[in-house]
Structures are given as C-alpha cells and as structure tokens.
Design a protein around this ligand. Structure first.
Ligand code: SF4
Length: 101
C-alpha cells in the first residue's frame, strides 16, 4: 500500500491511528514499501501519466496483499492514487458493481 500524501509529509499526522494499525498488519507485506510513493499517485490517468499508472499497477500485480489492499482502499473510500492494482476510477466502478451483487 503506498503511503498517502498526508503520510509522506513530515508535518501531517499518519492517516491511521494505533487502533487501526492492528488491523493493517498486511501492510508490512506490501510490495510498494520499497517504492517511491509518488509512483502510485499519478497526476492524471491519461496521456503520459498512463505509463506511471501501468508501472504502479505492475507492482500491485506482484504484491502478495493486493486483494487486502484493494478491499481496504474501497472500504476506506480512498479516492486518490493506485491501490490494489486499480485507479480511483476503477475502484469506484468495482465498488458500484459490488453494491449491485
Ligand atoms: S496492492 Fe499495490 S498499493 Fe496495495 S499494498 Fe500492494 S503494491 Fe501497495
């Protein structure tokens, strides 16, 4: 799971508190932990930024906790960046389809 923009800033609080941390142990296995967070936050999902989106997705597709990450991102309403191998638009579409099942 990429660190969110607020987590990467030295002046902002982490987005998770201690009580949430226990349920986020899967984050320790995240393939993106060794990557630059910016890779997962392209400035758009079209044009030249598509290469960045695809590079981020390639990391996700090799990640052992991709499913957990995707579920967490959808459940948490994360609306920015690539999480669980999907862009925000793709996650919104998946969330909508899950509601209709
Ligand atoms: S699925 Fe992608 S964003 Fe989520 S933890 Fe794995 S590498 Fe990180």
């Amino acid at each position: 799971m990429p660190r969110s923009r607020t987590e990467t800033s030295g002046t902002c609080r982490p987005i998770v508190d201690a009580t949430m941390a226990a349920s986020l142990d899967w984050r320790m296995q995240a393939a993106c932990r060794a990557k630059e967070p910016e890779l997962f936050f392209p400035t758009s999902t079209s044009g030249p930024a598509l290469r960045q989106v695809e590079a981020a997705k390639a990391v996700c597709h090799q990640c052992p906790v991709c499913a957990q990450c995707l579920d967490w991102a959808i459940g948490s309403g994360i609306d920015d960046g690539v999480w669980g191998g999907m862009t925000e638009t793709e996650r919104r579409s998946l969330a909508r389809s899950r509601k209709h099942v």
